[in-house]
Design a protein around this ligand. Sequence first.
Ligand SMILES: [Zn+2]
Length: 236
Amino acid sequence: MTELVFRDDAYQRSCRARVVAVDERGIRLDRTVFYPTGGGQPGDTGVLRLADGTAIAIADTVKGDGADEVIHVPARDSTPPQPGAEVTVEIDWERRHRLMRMHTCLHLLCAVVPGAVTGGSVGDGRGRLDFDVPGASLDKEAINAALNRLIGEGLAVAPRWIDDAELAAQPELVRTMSVKPPTGTGKVRLLEIDGVDLQPCGGTHVRNTAEIGAVEITKIENKGRQNRRINVAFVE
Ligand SMILES: [Zn+2]
């Protein structure tokens, strides 16, 4: 089990850690700031720095078999550290911050568009959500305006925890049909955007919607009888 520093503080760019194990899948640490691929958000990249200054590039981060287990996948041709080694763990913050901005933006998109979410993906600079909605019911310009209005309002974004029983009593909190919140550990992490959105999410987000910056709906695609894919990108 790894201490997940990013879960309490998504703005932590680095931490000290100890190498717990190394195998063909990757490197396990006792604590980490690296977010593992999950919930539509890609895993972090970055470096592990040894005491002698050697940098081990991390190309991807994935979940292990156990709860809260994180596997740091080293870049090809890198020499993995020895178990027990002390390392400084550093994420590629510029990339992670863009992913946090887009991830938070997709929560707002979810709030703007009525209908169940059937899938989604957070990308670097762009993202998309699939909605189970009929025909030509979506107005691209209206969604664009509503989304940017919520971003501009500078709404507070914060996690909070509830227990499994509370979540079971409020099934309306779960907007996504494809991603079930992880239950069974007794409590569930919710992400709340003040007055706009509240749903289970274990990803990383910015603290305020204004930090997302201007976005635009680039395309609404028809992906089946009741499936509409809404694509969004930063206006850089
Ligand atoms: Zn989220």
